[in-house]
Each structure stands twice: as C-alpha cells, then as structure tokens.
Design a protein around this ligand. Structure first.
Ligand SMILES: [Zn+2]
Length: 220
C-alpha cells in the first residue's frame, strides 16, 4: 500500500511527479525493510475495510497464486475501474528474481501480468520486485513484458511479521511524510484494525494519498 504523498493540486505537478518517480524508482536499492514473509491467502476483510473507509485506498500488488485476489475481484474491480486503486505486478509467486534464470523471471512476470489482465482488466505499467530484489537484467525483462516502471518504496509498516496495532502505528508515525511510498501487507489483520487511525494520522500531518498512476502520470 502507498500513503503519505504530498498534498498538491491534481494535475499541476507533472514535472515534480516525474522527478519523484525517477527518485523513487532509482532509490530502491537502499529501500529499508524487505517483506520476507510470503503473502498469505487472506484479505477479504481488509479489502472490505479499504473500500468502506477510504476514498483513495492503497495501491495493490497482487501475487496471482493467492486465490484471495480472485475471490475478492468483484469488490476490487470497481475501485480499479474508477482509478481509486492502481495495480502493479508483483510476480506470480513472490520469488527473489535475482536468483532465477531469464526464462523463469519472465514466466513469473508474464503469468501474473496475464492474471491481472484477465481478473481486473488492466495492463499495469508498474512492477514491484519481491523483496526489492532487482538488477538491470530483471528490470529489462519486466520492461519487455510491459512494465517499464519499477515501483519500489522508501517507507514501511515494518509488518513483515504480524504486529500489534501499537507497533504498526509507531511505524506509521515514523514513515508517514511527504513524498513517501509506504509498503505494507494487506494480508495481515493488524492493518485493518488500525486503518482508521492511519487515516487520522495522514490527515493530522496534512498529507494525502495518491496512487502510483497519479504520481507517474500514466495509464493504470
Ligand atoms: Zn511482496
């Protein structure tokens, strides 16, 4: 999920968005905590909470092998269609791509791309390599498969394990600031329990959420 981008008039800052995009895309090598835990098959409750409570929900990066994405597709699809949620490809099964050969990397990306197309009707330009593990080779394969924009992060809920609500809120207080892409796990229950408090924190700090598509000014 993404949160904490600066408040600015929509559409008036394409240059800034592009600059930010480059910085965000290029800075990922140092991008903090990686989420080592594999995404698990849950999240229906989280999807419903997001839909109910936020006008700009987080961006979502499905791994197609987890069937919850398909099971909740009918809930998600209106948010995708309206542009409230941007989707990104996060590979089919969440491997460290730098350990795989070219054909396996391509298959991980292609299979998930086709899943996103058939399930949500979108061709996303965004690709997030699992664990932020990437190099020129994996970036090129992603680009060849229709994902020229590598979307990394510079903040985190630190929820690669299941946190208490207070721990997650402490991470949010640490990371929610302007021009920050905060990554978190929709499949752990904690975030749904403190979602309202996260939104309050965003409002208190004068921040607003944007989608990846807003930031990169491209089709979703
Ligand atoms: Zn991940």
């Amino acid at each position: 999920m993404e949160a904490g981008a600066p408040r600015r008039p929509r559409g008036g800052a394409a240059g800034a968005a592009r600059r930010r995009g480059r910085r965000a895309a290029g800075g990922g090598g140092s991008a903090g905590a990686h989420h080592r835990r594999r995404h698990q098959q849950r999240g229906g409750r989280g999807v419903r909470a997001v839909r109910r409570r936020q006008r700009h929900p987080p961006d979502l990066l499905p791994n197609g092998r987890y069937r919850a994405w398909e099971q909740n597709a009918a809930l998600l699809r209106p948010l995708v269609d309206s542009g409230q949620v941007a989707l990104g490809n996060h590979t089919w099964s969440h491997p460290d791509l730098t350990t795989l050969g070219d054909a396996e990397v391509a298959e991980e990306i292609r299979r998930n791309r086709d899943f996103l197309r058939s399930t949500f009707g979108v061709q996303t330009p965004f690709f997030r390599p699992p664990f932020g593990a990437r190099d020129e080779r994996t970036d090129r394969i992603a680009a060849d498969l229709g994902h020229p924009t590598i979307a990394l992060w510079n903040g985190t809920f630190e929820d690669n394990r299941v946190l208490t609500g207070e721990e997650l809120l402490a991470a949010a207080r640490r990371w929610f600031s302007a021009r920050t892409i905060v990554v978190g796990h929709a499949n752990h229950p904690t975030v749904t329990a403190v979602y309202g408090q996260l939104l309050e924190l965003i409002a208190e700090r004068g921040l607003t959420t944007v989608t990846l598509a807003d930031v990169w000014s491209t089709r979703r």
